[in-house]
Ligand binder design. Structure first.
Ligand code: NDP
Length: 247
């Protein structure tokens, strides 16, 4: 088990990709604190499901767009586990609209949750990891942050911002024994992509070299690798998990 005895915090950890990451981490022996915004049913169900792995699974409810929540999460994780080895900034939202119809509020809400939220957690957890002289931070970006996508000016700006933040944080924290990487998923089957029209799904499928949608587990396995000792010399990278969509 490559994460035996490690402790991890995952934002948006009770559904979709975050839940798959939580499951991989527990399978590999990690204790996890799962942060979520509102879906209590999904949160309680996930805790029940992950019990079978025998590691600790804890919950914290809050909005990543609120800087205070990041501070609370760091405090709670330190109290629960005594240390935090891994932070995964995964929580994210979309509010897709063509640019002309996108209101300043649509733009702000997405950037606030996806980019500012990741920054608030990064800022809150870095001091703990600096004290430990070790840590792994993995930020979930998107291929849309590298390539752009019509209707997603807000989302792609937030995800490109995450890449810039990852690179700078990797430079700041490298000498403290902390790696910071980003994962850029392509088209992954979750509730987030369920809302796409058949036409949009068809267009995406045409771009995927491997000819299938990604699964949340595909992303989770990459994140687990980056969180493990196997990735100890990898920092400041953006790893695409997109079935060849960006070739
Ligand atoms: P889902 O919509 O399935 O899940 C999103 C999760 O984020 C939920 O657990 C939700 O909490 C949480 N969340 C959203 N906003 C907030 C907030 N303001 N504060 C706290 N938690 C919040 O999304 P996915 O699993 O598909 O996506 C996970 C990440 O992967 C996102 O960052 C997304 O942008 C990225 N991604 C996804 C792709 C895809 O194809 N699915 C492609 C590329 C990137 P709650 O359950 O309480 O609502």
């Amino acid at each position: 088990m490559i994460l035996q005895g490690k402790s991890a915090v995952i934002t948006g950890g009770v559904r979709g990709i975050g839940k798959a990451i939580a499951e991989e981490f527990c399978k590999e022996g990690a204790n996890v604190l799962l942060c979520y915004r509102s879906n209590d049913d999904a949160a309680n169900k996930t805790v029940e499901e992950l019990k079978k792995y025998g590691t600790r699974v804890e919950l914290l409810k809050g909005d990543v767009a609120d800087a205070q929540h990041g501070e609370e999460a760091a405090k709670k994780a330190a109290e629960l586990f005594g240390k935090v080895d891994i932070l995964v900034n995964n929580a994210g939202i979309t509010k897709d609209k063509l640019m002309m119809r996108m209101t300043p509020s649509d733009f702000d809400q997405v950037v606030q949750a996806n980019l500012n939220g990741s920054f608030y957690f990064l800022r809150a957890f870095a001091p703990l990891m600096i004290k430990q002289k070790s840590g792994r931070i993995i930020n979930i970006s998107s291929i849309v942050g590298l390539r752009g996508n019509p209707g997603q000016v807000n989302y792609s700006a937030s995800k490109a911002g995450i890449i810039g933040m990852t690179l700078s944080a990797a430079k700041e924290l490298g000498r403290r024994g902390i790696t910071v990487n980003a994962v850029a998923p392509g088209y992954i089957e979750t509730e987030m992509t369920d809302v796409l029209t058949e036409e949009q799904k068809g267009k995406m499928m045409e771009m995927i070299s491997l000819g299938r949608m990604g699964k949340a587990e595909d992303v989770a396995k990459t994140v687990t690798f980056l969180a493990s000792e196997n990735a100890s010399y990898i920092t400041g990278q953006v790893i695409g998990v997109d079935g060849g969509m960006t070739i």
